[in-house]
Design a binder for this molecule. Structure first.
Ligand code: PHE
Length: 465
């Protein structure tokens, strides 16, 4: 932490790049690589991508500025920020901490699966290549045995990594870590992209991603894209509020927002343009979203020269991405527990880690239970809701996160006032050229859009299931 030159007791990012990389590190994660390609596939390819980009530009960036300005203006975590500005809104901060924690329970499990795949490709790529689906269901999820690796050992290892970085503090841990991990991640993605799109047969996948099929347009798709955008940009739960509180007053929050949104969306798009063409090229049945980044890709690596090597590379990249996101998620909880409840940083971190581990195990076990019944990869969509794991994801992505983001925008638009947000951005001579449109967006357009999409998505989603 660097408190030296600030005069206060609060940590700050040492450099502008440090903040951008940390925020992008939070944004870029399993959401981009594990979730996005699957969502794009299910949402009709090109159409979903188009909607997604529009949502990021209009809604995502608006909400991100709202969170960052509240955080930097108050210099507090999300709950503390609301206590200071409008105590009646404290629940929004609390909701965000809760949502982030729920996400962490399964995020750390999937992070563990990623670690297991690094180990798998290092030690026995032949086993994965021989039966990719069987490896995922058996070795990782434990369809026919207790998943000691996928539910216990590897998630534990993943959580241990997160705890290690978190307890070292803002600059010493997260910031330094991100400076190396983010550029490395981006480079690795470009290498894989080059490989995937040149696979024979990749064209069909590319066409799928570039064709806009209006038939896929419905409330469910819109809500999926909205939830995915917020999830991917780490919005709706005060994470960006907390991160904003560490940003120097001289930083241009508008410009930083544009950079973070661009980077995050680029990574998601690249991931989709790696995974989907590759899946088409190899003829590996995509199945449900979660299998994309694990099952489907095995068929790709198998058909590549140095396949096992590329496997290790890919999952290492995914591990870095997941780690930096999980760190930011836990940072929200830890900032809350230390600043609001007076726990020491180490105690807060370890206590949260234990809880999330215990709940997380059930997530992986619930997936296995699903598999034993033999319906997981067969697309029995009507049965997804009662399953614990899918329920967790539905709860966070399609309900809690959009509601949280909606609350932040209504708060900034109607209670705190967009002029205060603009003033916070323009404090030290920074000019915010989008002050007017942003004010209109945060006050009217975005709350209305989120509300409508949430409503349409819920009604259609329930009608479909
Ligand atoms: N944005 C991260 C991802 O895409 C996940 C995340 C969500 C991180 C919310 C922090 C807060 O993987």
């Amino acid at each position: 932490m660097s408190n030296k030159n600030t005069g206060g007791s609060r940590a700050q990012w040492a450099s502008s790049l440090g903040f951008i990389l940390a925020a992008a590190g939070s944004a870029v994660g399993l959401g981009n690589i594990w979730k996005f390609p699957g969502r794009a596939y299910e949402g009709g390819g090109g159409l979903f991508i188009l909607i997604y980009i529009a949502i990021v530009i209009l809604i995502g960036s608006t909400a991100m500025i709202a969170e960052l300005t509240v955080g930097r203006a108050t210099q507090k975590n999300a709950v503390g920020a609301f206590r200071q500005l409008a105590p009646r809104w404290k629940w929004v901060g609390g909701l965000g901490v809760f949502t982030g924690y729920v996400i962490l329970t399964y995020y750390t499990q999937v992070g563990g699966w990623v670690l297991q795949y690094i180990a798998g490709y290092l030690t026995s790529p032949g086993t994965i290549f021989a039966d990719p689906k069987g490896y995922f269901l058996g070795n990782v999820l434990g369809a026919d045995r207790f998943p000691l690796g996928g539910a216990i050992l590897f998630p534990f290892l993943f959580i241990a990594c997160v705890v290690l970085v978190i307890t070292k503090g803002v600059e010493g841990g997260i910031e330094r870590f991100n400076k190396v991990a983010m550029p490395a991640l981006f480079l690795l993605l470009l290498v894989l992209l080059g490989r995937a799109v040149t696979l024979p047969g990749a064209g069909e996948g590319l066409r799928y991603l570039l064709t806009i099929d209006l038939k896929a347009l419905n409330g469910s798709t819109l809500l999926a894209a909205l939830g995915q955008a917020f999830y991917s940009l780490s919005l709706g739960m005060g994470i960006m509020c907390t991160y904003g509180s560490y940003v120097k007053k001289t930083e241009d929050l508008g410009k930083n927002t544009a950079m973070i949104c661009t980077l995050d969306t680029l990574v998601a798009l690249i991931a989709a343009f790696i995974i989907i063409p590759a899946v088409f090229a190899t003829g590996v049945e995509p199945g449900k979203g979660a299998s994309f980044a694990f099952v489907s890709l095995a068929g790709v690596f198998e058909q590549m020269p140095l396949g096992a090597f590329f496997g290790v590379l890919f999952y290492t990249l995914l591990f870095f991405a997941a780690l930096t996101s999980a760190i930011s998620l836990l940072e929200g909880t830890v900032a809350y527990l230390t600043e609001e409840k007076g726990l020491s940083r180490t105690r807060a971190t370890v206590l949260s880690a234990v809880g999330m581990f215990l709940i997380g195990v059930v997530y992986t076990l619930s997936q296995a239970h699903y598999n034993i019944r033999g319906i997981w990869l067969d697309g029995a969509s009507g049965l997804t809701f009662p399953v614990f794991g899918d329920f967790l994801e539905f709860l966070t992505d399609r309900l809690l996160i959009p509601v949280g983001a909606l609350a932040y925008c209504i708060f900034v638009g109607w209670v705190w006032g967009p002029h205060r947000g603009v003033a916070e951005i323009e404090r030290e001579g920074v000019r915010f050229p989008f002050a007017k449109p942003w004010g209109l967006l945060v006050k009217y357009v975005v709350p209305a859009a989120i509300f409508i999409i949430l409503f349409a998505g819920m009604v259609m989603g329930l009608a479909l299931s």
